[in-house]
Design a protein around this ligand. Structure first.
Ligand SMILES: [Cu+2]
Length: 424
């Protein structure tokens, strides 16, 4: 059996050459695009779609003598015009509030206040109109240490064994949401093994429908908050007993986070107030709030910069074979310990900002700043406040953006940051 180590040794020469050329591709603007799907990024018009400033999500209710903001937030599948209007729409997943029908990738923003708890019922609604589960939009490698619903209760959250190399997993999709940067107790933290599939009517017999931590956290949440987790959902509570900050929520399922987040579910959670926040009027605003009139102008703008690749039909591209990464054509698991689909690293060749490829933020001002490869930005002097939540390539994007704007960016590897650009 070939192990990963032996393979890496044998292919050290070719591997190094591949890495060098792909690194050059990233750093040299105007070089050949990174390999991706069937839609060349060169054919995507830049700075056409307006930059969306994600609106604020309305709480579903205010509960417990008006002391807790309560949200019901589901993940659904829908079509969104991510590419410019001359290209097809893209099927994505995203969070939204079912009674407000505001599903979007990235999600509308949760506005939270320091020391005022937020409770969220997170629902996995990846089902069709007949109540049958939806398959993943992207190729899921079932040979990793992952959620593994087909393993049943005994085999969930493990790496299964195979007699021959398997194809991608096509069963119901496990999800669980983590609020990145939050103070949370374990039952509300979105543990990778606390996932759950949608309450579909065709779950195959023997499949695990929840991860190995789900039941104990469900009991804990009931004891602590009196909440009942219904099938296909979990109720988490965030105390918000921390300093004002930019947080974001995203899927966190074991061995699938890269795919679930790439498919869309992510959103900003902005915590304001408390002794650590600046008094009103110091930082530029306003930011979106629930019930804003249409067309209101914002000067606090959250920016989610993400790399993606597309196919000509508008669908998201994600590698379906290890071969894409380094040309290795097998043998894969079980003939070696190399996973057949999983890629150790992947960079998209198209920049998506707040759910549109290379958008533009039009402003009333004369000043226009173009951040090559990311977005074009017109800002109104004297200043804007930009927030960015960094993940993978995003951190680098945000740092470059901050640099171009002459702003301050505390450290690109930090989980969440806020950039204040002062322009004169
Ligand atoms: Cu995170």
């Amino acid at each position: 059996m070939i192990t990963r180590r032996q393979f890496l040794k044998a292919s050290a020469g070719t591997g190094a050459a591949f890495l060098t050329s792909s690194r050059l591709g990233v750093s040299k603007a105007g070089a050949a695009p990174l390999p991706g799907g069937t839609l060349s990024p060169a054919l995507i018009a830049k700075y056409v779609s307006p930059l969306l400033v994600p609106p604020a999500m309305q709480p579903t209710a205010v509960i417990q003598s008006r002391s807790v903001d309560y949200y019901v937030i589901s993940v659904r599948q829908f079509q969104q015009q991510i590419l410019p209007p001359d290209k097809p729409a893209t099927t994505v997943w995203g969070y939204g509030s079912p009674n407000q029908r505001n599903f979007h990738y990235p999600s509308f923003t949760v506005e939270a206040t320091a020391d005022r708890p937020v409770r969220v019922k997170w629902v996995n609604e990846l089902i069709d109109s007949n109540g049958r589960y939806l398959r993943h939009l992207l190729p899921v490698d079932p040979t990793l240490h992952w959620a593994n619903p087909p393993g049943g209760i005994a085999g969930r959250d493990m790496s299964p064994s195979f007699a021959s190399t398997p194809g991608p997993y096509t069963g119901p999709v496990p999800l669980v949401t983590h609020l990145h940067g939050s103070h949370a107790t374990e039952e509300s933290d979105g543990f990778a093994e606390a996932w759950y599939v949608a309450a579909a009517n065709n779950i195959p017999a023997g499949f695990a429908q929840v991860g190995s931590f789900y039941d104990q956290f469900k009991a804990k949440a009931q004891a602590k908050y009196g909440v009942v987790w219904e099938p296909g959902s979990a109720v988490f509570q965030y105390a918000n007993d921390q300093r004002a900050s930019t947080l974001w929520f995203h899927d966190h399922t074991l061995g699938m986070t890269r795919l679930n987040v790439y498919a869309g579910p992510a959103g900003f959670y902005l915590l304001r107030g408390g002794s650590a926040d600046l008094p009103p009027g110091v930082l530029p605003g306003p930011a979106p709030q629930p019930d804003d009139p249409p067309g209101k102008k914002y000067y606090e703008i959250p920016i989610a910069i993400q790399d993606r690749s597309f196919n000509a039909d508008g669908s998201l591209f994600y590698p379906s074979s290890r071969q894409f990464f380094d040309g290795f054509t097998g043998p894969y698991v079980p003939g070696s310990d190399i996973a057949p689909i999983f890629n150790p690293e992947f960079f998209g060749n198209t920049m998506v900002v707040n759910g549109n490829t290379w958008p533009v933020l039009p402003g009333a001002a004369s000043l226009s700043i173009s951040v090559p490869q990311w977005l074009q930005f017109e800002v109104r002097p004297p200043q804007n406040r930009l927030r960015s939540a960094g993940s993978t390539a995003c951190s680098r994007g945000a740092a470059v953006l901050a640099n171009r704007l002459g702003g301050r960016f505390p450290a690109c590897a930090r989980t969440a940051s806020s950039v204040v650009a002062r322009l004169s």
